[in-house]
Design a protein around this ligand. Structure first.
Ligand code: SF4
Length: 351
């Protein structure tokens, strides 16, 4: 008999899967709470179930949160950033990061194993895309940290889908995972405390608009001229950045949320005053915030981090045009390898 994976099921799916085993709806609700509220990683932990029910669950279901392996782990010296490479049973691995901010704990999760988008500055795409993550595997990344935080009576309060992979190419699973996190009997995380970051897959943005949730949308822009953006992000050939911005405007008009534009500053590539002026011109008068990210060097790609002065100048040009702009707060700089580098270095045999 092939066992079904229970982690990642909605309450309704759980009720349907448990009914043939003679377990009533309230039993499914109890199990749902154990998994998503109390972060249980084994059926034995479910102390309000009978031994026979636990045996039935073990016979018919797997529970992936109990099978995940931590392949590598890095903690910043200030203790605020904790990064792990999590391994699934089929050998696939993804990076997940937990950051302790003033407002609470935020977890940055991956949506795919690797990535097919081939952005020039990113290590996640170095080995291409292997597969989509299931909703359970997306959720399990949050619960890995939630279980650790429960020990100190703390909880994950924000989730950003900004790790490896393009979430809009796995949107159904991403949304299923976020919906479960939103459930009252799960973690009860508000959609306003969730962010999906895309390189600009317009059909995905439109679908999200139609769904009407108040999830934050982040767009990886990184250049505001066609030639430069295409050279950094090949997806620009399929979905031109001006069309992407238009789709993001519609998203913002639909739910009132401010769109975040991420802009990695790469020394000598996209950090000139002209680049800043072009960007300001494209985004002024919009409900946006621009997050400037001084690049982490990716050794395999040959990019450099701009000077502090170059970052300041770029920032000022946007400010002068009254655009909301921030420079990404440096967190855990000592382990702040660019997204995907931990996995990439592990796949090629370690740093
Ligand atoms: S930046 Fe995002 S979309 Fe681009 S290759 Fe990296 S993970 Fe993929």
């Amino acid at each position: 008999m092939i066992k079904q994976e229970i982690f990642g099921m909605t309450l309704l799916e759980m009720q349907e899967a448990l009914l043939p085993l003679g377990m009533k709806k309230f039993r499914a609700e109890q199990i749902f709470r154990w998994l998503y509220e109390k972060s249980a990683v084994s059926f034995e932990e479910m102390t309000n179930l009978s031994k026979s029910d636990i045996a039935l669950l073990q016979e018919h279901f797997t529970l992936l949160t109990g099978q995940i392996k931590v392949l590598r782990e890095l903690k910043s010296t200030d203790g605020l950033t904790h990064k792990v490479l999590l391994g699934f049973t089929d050998g696939a691995s993804v990076e997940t990061v937990c950051m302790h901010h003033d407002y609470g704990y935020s977890v940055c999760i991956s949506s795919q194993v690797g990535c097919s988008m081939d952005c020039a500055f990113c290590a996640s795409g170095l080995q291409g895309q292997e597969r989509n993550l299931t909703a359970g595997e997306i959720l399990a990344q949050v619960y890995y940290f939630q279980r650790l935080l429960s020990i100190q009576d703390a909880r994950v309060s924000r989730v950003v889908v900004m790790g490896s992979g393009e979430p809009m190419l796995n949107l159904d699973n991403v949304l299923k995972a976020l919906d479960i996190l939103h459930e009252d009997h799960g973690q009860g995380i508000g959609y306003r405390n969730m962010t999906i970051s895309t390189c600009g897959i317009i059909p995905g943005i439109k679908k999200l608009t139609e769904m009407g949730r108040t999830i934050n949308l982040a767009i990886s822009l990184h250049a505001a001229s066609d030639e430069l953006r295409t050279s950094l992000m090949p997806i620009n050939k399929t979905y031109n950045y001006l069309e992407v911005i238009k789709a993001a405007d519609e998203y913002s008009e639909g739910n009132g949320r401010q769109v975040m534009y991420e802009y990695i500053l790469l020394a000598g590539i996209n950090d000139s005053l002209d680049d800043a002026r072009i960007l300001a011109n494209v985004l002024k008068h919009k409900n946006v915030v621009v997050n400037l990210i001084p690049a982490n060097p990716v050794p395999e790609k040959g990019f450099k981090r701009p000077s502090g002065n170059a970052v300041d100048r770029f920032f000022q040009v946007l400010k002068e045009q009254k655009i909301n702009v921030t420079v990404r707060k440096e967190m855990g700089k000592d382990i702040d390898a660019a997204c995907g580098q931990l996995r990439a270095s592990t796949l090629v045999g370690g740093e």
